[in-house]
Design a protein around this ligand. Structure first.
Ligand code: PRF
Ligand code: ZN
Length: 381
């Protein structure tokens, strides 16, 4: 009887240890079925399981402890039958560290403008054959149980933060209703964690309703969703601060879809532990990299005789070996360019997160943040 089962408290396979704090910022270790994750952490996105342009071996060498995948894409291909045959994605692709899967709704809404959200789930027409597909909370959990991710995300009703109040209200309440269906549908014999996602747009009172509904479910961790959709930074930071203020101190917080260096720094200061974003790897494919002095766009014509590395202060495998002159010459011609720039950008964000962590632990976060911001904005092209 599923209803009875849900009433028994699920023992989630997650241990959260806070090793240090600086005001609201925390440095912690999250222990998951596939090892430890030191926080604050940036999680690279491998939508279909793998990071574009970077091998699993290289991700290991860069020190990656957790990768992100997407339920919608992985459910389509390879699909749950293949995943079940391999006992999950870890085994299928040979990655023995942690995986987190997003629930799929956000990807459908953002990729397929045809998506429609009803009480049943997220519905859309298949772009290939026009057939109707429906991603319900139950179906999302079924796929995520097959994937076997260490952290699964609950299916949420995702809205743009700039939607109408009525739409935001509906999405907030629906997300709260769907969490019960997710918990019921989860197979608790699998060693996997379920995180809920706080919605409510830029409205603090809606966020409160969402927070209260989710926190009462006693989940192993919580995400802040529905941000980074074009709202003003000021509003964005305020809602992050509002949520981290009310989320339980002793559980991990994950801010979804955020990966600009300054946002990672500010939101770590506000008490966020986990982040993901496609930006680092996507922008690398378009020839743009992070440096301590801000963004740098590779320009083959201007950089022909520039023998300096992408970032003077970077020790990544790309910067140790290659010049701007060489890297820009490959741009838009060779796959290798995308590969080398992606490695640099991922290394840059890993280094940023490690430095933030060290600054929290040594009590020097304020000084670190001040120096980072000064260098970043003084260096803007
Ligand atoms: N929900 C889910 N995934 C997400 C988001 C969300 O709100 C965001 C925020 N825009 C990024 N990824 N499920
Ligand atoms: Zn580098």
């Amino acid at each position: 009887e599923p209803r009875k089962r849900a009433k028994l408290a699920i023992k989630w396979p997650l241990k959260f240890t806070i090793e240090g704090r600086y005001h609201r910022a925390r440095a912690s270790t999250i222990t998951l079925p596939h090892g430890e994750v030191q926080t604050p952490v940036y999680m690279p996105v491998g939508t279909k399981g793998a990071i574009k342009g970077v091998t699993f071996q290289q991700m290991r060498e860069l020190g990656c402890q957790i990768l992100l995948g997407n339920t919608y894409h992985l459910g389509n291909y390879p699909g749950t039958e293949v995943l079940d045959n391999f006992s999950g994605l870890h085994n299928f692709e040979g990655w023995d560290r942690n995986i987190l899967t997003d629930s799929g709704g956000f990807q459908m809404v953002s990729l397929l403008k045809l998506a429609q959200i009803t009480e049943e789930g997220v519905e859309f027409e298949s772009p290939t054959d026009g057939s109707r597909m429906l991603l319900t909370p139950e179906e999302s959990m079924r796929i995520q149980n097959s994937i076997g991710a260490d952290i699964m995300m609950a299916l949420d009703d995702v809205t743009n933060p700039l939607s109408t109040k009525e739409r935001l209200e509906e999405a907030c309440h629906r997300t709260t209703r769907w969490i019960d269906r997710c918990i019921l549908a989860h197979n608790p014999s699998k060693p996997q964690n379920l995180f809920g996602i706080v919605q409510g747009g830029l409205d603090a009172s809606l966020r409160d309703i969402s927070l209260e509904g989710l926190i009462s479910k006693n989940l192993p961790g919580y995400a802040i969703g529905g941000l980074a959709g074009g709202e003003a930074k000021e509003d964005f930071w305020k809602i992050v601060a509002h949520c981290t203020n009310k989320l339980p101190w002793e559980k991990p917080r994950y801010l979804m879809g955020v990966g600009y260096p300054i946002d990672l720094l500010v939101c770590s200061c506000l008490g966020v532990d986990m982040f993901d974003c496609v930006f680092a790897t996507r922008t690398a494919r378009f020839g743009q990299v992070f440096t301590k002095k801000g963004f740098l766009r590779l320009r083959p014509e201007e950089m022909k005789s520039d023998l300096s590395p992408l970032d003077e202060s970077c020790n990544c495998p790309t910067c140790i070996k290659y010049t701007k002159s060489f890297l820009s010459s490959l741009l838009h011609k060779e796959q290798t360019a995308c590969h080398l720039l992606s490695i640099h950008n991922i290394y840059f964000l890993f280094t940023l997160m490690r430095e933030i962590r060290e600054a929290i632990l040594s009590g020097e976060l304020e000084e670190y943040a001040r120096n980072f911001v000064l260098e970043w904005f003084n260096g803007v092209e």
